[in-house]
Design a protein around this ligand. Structure first.
Ligand code: C5P
Length: 424
């Protein structure tokens, strides 16, 4: 599963490191958070600096490390209040017993405890300590107070400890912590999209990639479609709050986060899965797949042996998936794609009508710089006549940006009421 990094890339995390041997893991944690796309600033307590140097964190985070509350130089750069405002999340890892006690008591005698009081960002703590100290009544009392105050406590792992004890108190591995933080932001983002996104609550089905039409058990007819446009659209529809099912032909792409994927091979399988999705309820159907127009009439049961100079394979027409779905009684909003080398407008308008589509996005595949295997695309979007919407030229951009603009076009058509216009 891959994450859509665009959500994460502008999120700011303050990683506060306190005094404990697990501080060495925090260095790797910075790396993992940066890998995930976060901006990271590190705050260190006095105790932490006995275990690891600020220079390590400065190099890894790419930002100055904050250690002092009353340092005029630091305050002139990014003071503690600014830092508190900058944060989208305050992550304290490792969190020592002393830090828990300070937070629970509301002390404000160093940079971290002051930050804790001054920020309105969510606070996560990953306590790490000797198992006896973890179990101590005072520690458990402080934890209960912090949980009540809304702090998210990451329960320590059990296992062997640096002090030789065995038990609860190990800081979880950096990869695990970074994953939890990433998931948190994705869930928060999703909750917003489900409420306010352009396609909030819509059921979207997208076909993508090529189809493979078997000739015999080892050979097939296919095409060069990579599925990139369909996968980018799936991610964009999900980000816009839709529930998305991607019916994918054979492609080597990761499934976008949150998207349900059904793998198929042939056009007939793709149609069957599409009909299935229609039965389950589908509001928007987007056909980006490069479906083979023909399939082999009689697939050979065994590998065809090399024989004469010529081999004739009879082909029969495949079903037109998008046109079949558009024919159904309870049809969704239908979006098709067209790849043309000339007379783009004329052919696109023809397909829009012939396949009974609501919208068609057409690209000029004669251009070498866009299309199939490229990461970029440029398109012209046409709407069915009854929408009374002008065609839209989407200038050359990444497939992600084009996908976003297509989502906007779908949203606009769905919310465009031509009847209201007629009243003027
Ligand atoms: O007719 P043409 O292949 O140019 O139409 C392209 C559009 O129709 C695309 O949206 C494609 O996914 C869809 N299509 C389909 N089933 C087919 C052929 C094309 O859904 N058999």
């Amino acid at each position: 599963m891959s994450f859509d990094l665009s959500v994460i890339s502008h999120k700011n995390i303050i990683l506060a490191v306190t005094g404990g041997i697990a501080a060495y893991k925090s260095a790797i944690l910075v790396r993992r958070l940066k890998d995930a796309g976060f901006n990271v600033r590190v705050v260190m307590t006095q105790g932490a600096q006995a275990f690891i140097t600020p220079l390590t964190f400065q190099a890894l985070s790419g930002n100055p490390v904050h250690t002092e509350l009353l340092d005029p130089e630091a305050e002139a750069g990014m003071g503690h209040i600014e830092l508190a405002r900058w944060a989208d999340l305050l992550l304290v890892a490792p969190a020592s017993c002393d830090t828990l006690a300070k937070f629970a008591a509301g002390l404000a005698d160093d940079l971290l405890s002051t930050l804790y009081l001054a920020t309105n960002a969510p606070v996560w703590i990953a306590p790490a300590m000797n198992q006896q100290m973890w179990a101590a009544k005072a520690t458990q009392r402080n934890l209960a107070t912090l949980i009540e105050d809304g702090v998210h406590v990451i329960i320590p792992d059990a296992g062997s400890q640096a002090c030789g004890d065995v038990g609860l108190g190990r800081m979880p591995e950096p990869e695990d912590l970074a994953r939890q933080v990433t998931e948190y932001f994705h869930k928060a983002q999703r909750a917003i999209a489900e409420k306010f996104g352009m396609l909030a609550g819509k059921q979207v089905t997208i076909t993508a990639g090529p189809t493979r039409e078997a000739i015999d058990p080892v050979r097939y007819i296919s095409n060069h479609s990579t599925g990139k446009m369909g996968f980018a659209l799936a991610a964009a529809c999900y980000a816009a709050g839709a529930n998305v099912t991607l019916i994918a032909g054979p492609v080597s792409l990761d499934t976008p986060n949150g998207v349900q994927r059904k793998n198929v091979s042939s056009a007939v399988q793709m149609l069957n899965e599409s009909m299935q999705m229609l039965k389950q309820g589908c509001d928007i159907f987007i056909a980006t797949a490069a479906v083979a127009d023909y399939r082999v009439a009689q697939v050979a049961e065994h590998k065809i042996k090399k024989a004469g100079d010529e081999l004739n394979v009879a082909l029969i027409k495949n079903p037109d998936i998008v046109a079949t779905i558009a024919e159904q009684e309870k049809r969704p909003f239908m979006v098709g794609f067209a790849a043309e080398t000339r007379n783009i407008e004329e052919y696109a308008a023809g397909k829009l009508v012939a396949k009974k589509l609501d919208m068609i996005a057409c690209n000029d595949v004669s251009r070498a710089d866009i299309g199939f295997a490229s990461d970029e695309n440029a398109m012209t979007v046409f709407f069915a006549e009854h929408y009374h919407l002008d065609k839209r030229d989407l200038d050359k951009a990444s497939k992600q940006e084009i996908a976003q603009q297509l989502v906007e076009a779908i949203h606009d058509a769905l919310h465009h009421d031509p009847a209201a216009e007629d009243d003027f």
